[in-house]
Write a protein that binds this ligand. Structure first.
Ligand code: ADP
Length: 307
């Protein structure tokens, strides 16, 4: 059994329904990745790492993790803050927009609960995965502690995985994001960006430019997603292209990249090669985007061989 820890923020998701009612669920990029990884690779020990409060929504969030069979060992439940919330609205043209209330969420404080004993436990993991959102939401004064923790994990032999998931509004400036991301690239054994991350942050989007940009960081495994276009993987310098079959009935692309990441990493850790891991991940993501919301129904992958 492999142990994977995914760190980040899970939020209460409110989704506009009929007659002024709202559907409530839980979502957040690394949480979504953890859920899809565990659903498809149940034999692996998957832990979501975050901080929550003492309130009922925090308790429901922890129960939600349990109901997805995640390991809750790295959820710190001592904060006096509440979880973040986001609201998904859909206009008459079907365009979605998001409103967030997350500036003082409990998850921002996670590093304040990470002592040496917690780091020692994390050092037992095979893979530690985080995203640009995981770092963006940290209290700025806690970021040094995060990078120091990552250094200890690397020294202990834990592989590091990173998805930039660049979100402009979460950063004070693009330069701040670039500086933090550079540390993440340098630490990463496996990186799973989208072409969009590079387009938005560095104004580059061709495969050649992105590979040249990443080259100095010595990332062993680079997985470059580009929506329905293609996936390119570079493993130890060897480039593989995998074509994607576009889905025609796209309902909601939320979590496409997150579900892809979860299934890809689960497959790779189970010993599958690059091409079959990408194919499984793309199949899963292709199903996820045919359902509304970040987390598809639990039976969405029934009858599909994903592991
Ligand atoms: P992100 O959500 O991080 O922006 P992408 O948009 O690149 O990520 O999507 C991640 C993966 O989801 C893609 O690599 C692909 O496998 C799948 N995917 C996304 N959009 C489509 C689509 N329209 N048809 C089929 N697969 C898709």
């Amino acid at each position: 059994m492999q142990k994977i820890v995914l760190m980040g923020e899970c939020m209460l998701e409110l989704r506009q329904a009929k007659d002024g009612l709202m559907n409530q669920s839980f979502a957040g990029d690394t949480f979504n990745t953890a859920v899809y990884m565990k659903r498809t690779f149940a034999q692996q020990d998957i832990a979501f790492m975050t901080a929550v409060g003492q309130d009922t929504i925090s308790q429901q969030m922890v129960s939600r993790c349990s109901s997805e069979n995640l390991n809750n060992q790295h959820i710190f439940a001592k904060s006096d803050r509440n979880p973040g919330i986001y609201l998904v609205q859909t206009d008459e043209q079907g365009e979605r927009s998001f409103l967030y209330w997350r500036d003082s969420s409990a998850a921002k404080q996670v590093m304040q609960y990470v002592d040496q004993a917690a780091i020692d436990e994390l050092c037992k993991a095979d893979l530690f995965f985080f995203s640009g959102i995981s770092i963006a939401i940290l209290e700025p004064q806690d970021r040094d502690a995060f990078w120091a923790m990552l250094e200890q994990l690397k020294k202990a032999g834990v592989k590091i995985g990173f998805d930039p998931n660049y979100r402009r509004r979460l950063w004070n400036s693009a330069d701040e994001a670039k500086a933090e991301f550079a540390k993440a690239y340098a630490a990463s054994d496996i990186m799973m960006p989208g072409v969009d991350d590079f387009k938005q942050l560095y104004d580059i989007e061709s495969l050649e430019d992105i590979l040249a940009f990443c080259q100095p960081f010595g990332i062993a495994e680079l997985v470059l997603k580009n929506g329905p276009e293609s996936v390119y993987c570079q493993l130890d310098g060897q480039l593989t292209h995998v074509a994607i079959t576009p889905v025609t009935n796209v309902v909601d692309t939320t979590s496409a990249g997150d579900s892809f990441n979860g299934v890809y990493l689960g497959a790779r850790l189970s010993g599958q090669d690059i091409t079959s891991s990408v194919n499984l991940a793309a199949t899963a993501a292709g199903i996820v985007i045919q359902h509304p919301g970040a987390i598809a129904p639990v039976d969405a992958f029934d009858n599909i061989h994903l592991s």
